[in-house]
Ligand binder design. Structure first.
Ligand code: Q0Z
Length: 286
């Protein structure tokens, strides 16, 4: 037991504490992972940027779907939320061809049962956003499943509601981001069921750790796009010749500073709140 409650789970870069039977605290650290390895050097304020962005989106999307957000702690990195029964599937919405979606399309011409037009190139914008559910793997990568399989696992009524909510959230957020120079290529939602049986958006939402953010400036289909936030780190790691197995390399100061600046830039562009102001008054994002 700590001031923050009982530790119940760790992610790569986040921790969850139980405050009581109904409430959890989600704490975003400054750790950063790249090529699936957590690096030994933190990025100052990364956790506060991510928590601030989640809270910003939660406060602006609650009319699309209710969410688990209850409150933001004064540290800017801790979000208090309602405890939910999480669904066994995560809901990825893709507006562009990247990552496992690009790989599946190249190999089969479709993604999670969505037939796509032939001739699309890497990073191409899709004719319309698609939902590509994935099962949550404890270790390693999540497994894409068809909508039919997700429907089996969630129930068809529940699945229809989750699908509509996820696509609506993506359309809202990608339009907001694109108007501010950030392409939201894809994003992952985790939903759960509240004690009253209602569907609720949980976890973090529409952050650079749960999404692919690309700079709209310089977007060019036909090649991989640079990550808005992590590209400095990735490029530097590539140049060191690191074999991408743990432990990762310690980052030099200029790479840390450049990466922090990109997270802060994403925060400021999307929220239109000065990051310094968020640090003083985290509730300004609400
Ligand atoms: C989220 C995760 C993290 C490790 C469980 N509102 C909720 N109710 C019940 N469970 C969760 C939530 Cl958000 C829940 N995760 C993902 C987050 C560290 C794993 F910060 N696991």
């Amino acid at each position: 037991m700590t001031a923050q409650g009982v530790h119940v789970a760790s992610g790569k870069v986040r921790e969850i504490f139980a405050l009581d039977d109904e409430r959890l605290a989600l704490v975003a650290s400054d750790r950063i992972s790249t090529f699936d390895v957590v690096l030994p050097t933190p990025i100052p304020d990364k956790g506060r940027v991510l928590t601030g962005l989640s809270v910003f989106w939660f406060s602006r999307t609650r009319a699309i779907v209710p969410n688990h957000f209850l409150g933001l702690e004064a540290d800017g990195r801790t979000m208090v939320c309602r405890r939910l029964q999480m669904l066994p599937i995560e809901y990825v919405v893709r507006g562009y061809l990247a990552g496992s979606g690009w790989r599946d399309y190249r190999e089969t011409g479709s993604i999670c049962g969505h037939e796509l037009p032939p001739g699309l190139v890497e990073s191409a914008r899709l004719p319309s956003p698609i939902l590509t559910p994935a099962t949550k793997a404890k270790e390693g990568h999540d497994l894409n499943v068809s909508e039919a399989e997700a429907e089996e696992l969630c129930g068809s009524e529940r699945f229809a509601a989750v699908k509509a909510a996820s696509l609506d959230l993506y359309r809202f957020a990608s339009a907001h981001a694109e108007a501010r120079g950030i392409i939201l290529a894809d994003t992952k939602f985790e939903l759960g069921i509240a004690p009253d049986g209602s569907l609720v958006l949980g976890d973090e939402a529409l952050t650079p750790d749960s999404s692919r953010f690309w700079p709209a400036d310089g977007y060019e289909p036909g090649r991989p796009q640079p990550s808005f936030d992590k590209q400095f780190v990735r490029d530097w790691c590539e140049r060191t010749g690191w074999d991408k197995t743990a432990p990762g390399p310690a980052l030099p100061d200029d790479v840390v500073a450049g990466t922090r600046a990109r997270y802060v830039e994403a925060f400021e562009r999307l929220t239109e709140v000065a990051f310094e102001e968020y640090l003083e008054r985290p509730e300004v994002v609400l």
